[in-house]
Design a protein around this ligand. Structure first.
Ligand code: HEC
Ligand code: HEC
Ligand code: HEC
Length: 389
């Protein structure tokens, strides 16, 4: 059975401590590299070349984020993040993927001597931080670590340990204040979150794809629930708010951020003289999504859509409009982006009415998200929207 977005269950899993063995492995010191080149084109709230990265170990202390079990703090379930990440987060393995035969092939084609030590790869599969910006506990072995998403912690590591500090700063200056003043990327802000994910999940050089790298697409509802393309069961270290139409918000905000990133990708490919056909196709899919979001939720920007009002009626109508775009999808990536969107909107419509989506909905989902060309895909997507009416 396909892994489903468990929107009504608790995602977090608790693992036994003692799983962090990575620190024991010897590792070559990575040479300092140009911080500007850390990620692809576009906006990444986390690239802050002026600040120090203190390393995962500085987050993993007991009583902080290295405990066996989470406990309630400032209205959140906090404490076990490092263990959940080490045991079941796809990003924990991102660096290991650079040492496989598949990576060796990609690297050989691109004339890269060692993928695991090349800026071209560790910019997304690790933390490509120049030597002078590495704190004492920083290690390249952290892979895609805490600070890859939450921002370099030089200025916020100590103060944020005080209970209530983050909510207080958030109330004073919003996500922008946290980022500008302290370098903390407030991932609870869906716009910041979306821009963080798409920096690594959408923009990649075409020569890498030609060399065998998986093509990238992004849909925030599916990615946020860590739905794996390969059917793996990943664990998430946070709890999403329930009963707040969050699935529709994730989708809509993600579409707007993805559109900007996809446009930046097209521009970058064009500047390098690469054929932009595939990049253009992705732009079109997100344009269709953003048009649906604008029609039903009244905005076409990530900032507007994270704050928009979502009702079950509007999300059900948006699901129907988005499903109408299914026959125009040109490849598996585009088909999946649409299938996940219709699922997100449908799931939110049920959520908003205080109901569980029926089995039939999830049966259609299993077919739709395979993204296979043909009638079965199109009718499964339509079914998702019809059931959500
Ligand atoms: C610093 C770059 C980076 C950032 C930021 C990032 N990711 Fe990833 N992500 C990766 C890489 C690289 C992989 C592939 C890991 C592997 O298999 O080697 C990955 C894998 C994943 C996967 C697993 C896909 C599969 O098919 O199994 C999911 C889901 C995912 N990321 C979601 C997210 C979400 C959601 C965000 C934002 C909150 C995010 N990522 C932010 C780099 C990043
Ligand atoms: C722009 C960010 C980015 C860059 C640069 C990048 N990758 Fe990736 N890579 C990803 C993401 C994201 C995924 C996961 C794709 C998904 O599942 O959606 C991935 C997946 C992979 C996979 C498949 C992993 C698996 O579990 O099946 C391999 C192998 C890989 N990358 C190797 C490389 C190599 C080698 C380089 C350098 C030549 C590189 N990557 C550069 C973002 C990047
Ligand atoms: C792929 C991106 C990514 C990585 C890597 C990552 N986080 Fe998170 N983290 C998120 C997102 C998204 C949220 C949910 C929104 C929020 O609460 O900020 C989150 C939430 C949290 C929370 C709040 C928990 C809750 O229940 O809401 C804590 C604490 C946290 N992360 C700590 C860590 C630590 C420690 C690490 C490293 C071991 C880490 N994160 C790695 C993306 C990431």
């Amino acid at each position: 059975m396909t892994h489903r977005p468990p929107s009504h269950t608790v995602l977090r899993m608790t693992f036994l401590a003692g799983l962090l063995v990575t620190g024991l492995v010897a590792w070559l010191a990575l040479t300092g590299t140009d911080a500007e080149a850390r990620l692809g084109p576009g906006v990444h709230p986390v690239i802050q070349p002026n600040l120090k990265y203190m390393g995962n170990a500085s987050c993993a202390g007991s009583g902080c984020h290295g405990d066996d079990k989470a406990k309630q703090q400032s209205g959140k379930n906090i404490g076990d993040e490092s263990n959940v990440w080490a045991a079941g987060d796809p990003h924990h393995h991102a660096l290991d993927s650079l040492k496989t035969p598949e990576s060796k092939k990609i690297a050989d084609t691109l004339k890269i001597a060692d993928a695991a030590a090349s800026s071209r790869c560790i910019t997304c599969h690790g933390m490509d931080v120049p030597k002078e910006k590495q704190g004492e506990q920083f290690t390249a072995l952290d892979s895609v670590g805490c600070e890859s998403c939450h921002g370099p912690s030089e200025k916020w590591l100590n103060p944020h340990a005080d209970a209530g500090w983050v909510p207080k700063q958030r109330a004073a200056g919003g996500a922008k204040g946290l980022l500008d003043k302290f370098g903390l990327a407030d991932t609870s802000d869906l716009e910041v979150r979306a821009n963080t994910c798409v920096a690594c999940h959408l923009q990649i050089d075409k020569d890498m794809i030609d060399a065998g790298h998986p093509a990238l697409e992004f849909e925030m509802y599916a990615y946020d629930y860590y739905i794996s393309k390969k059917g793996k069961e990943w664990a998430i270290h946070w709890d999403e708010p329930k009963g707040k139409m969050i699935d529709a918000k994730l989708w809509a905000t993600g579409q707007a951020a993805a559109l900007e990133a996809a446009k930046a990708q097209t521009a970058a490919w064009k500047a390098k003289g690469w054929d932009t056909k595939d990049a253009d196709g992705l732009v079109k899919v997100y344009e269709a999504g953003v048009a649906v979001a604008k029609k039903h939720f009244g905005s076409d920007t990530a900032a507007g859509l994270k704050a928009a009002a979502y009702t079950p009626e509007a999300t059900a109508a948006a699901a129907a409009d988005l499903a109408a775009a299914a026959p125009t999808a040109a490849n598996i990536m585009q088909r999946r982006v649409i299938a996940f969107g219709v699922t997100a909107l449908g799931s939110a419509a049920f959520d908003g009415r205080g109901k569980e989506a029926p089995d039939e909905f999830w049966k259609a989902y299993d077919i739709a998200i395979k993204g296979e060309a043909g009638d079965a895909y199109v009718s499964a997507v339509k079914k998702l929207a019809e059931l959500a009416k």
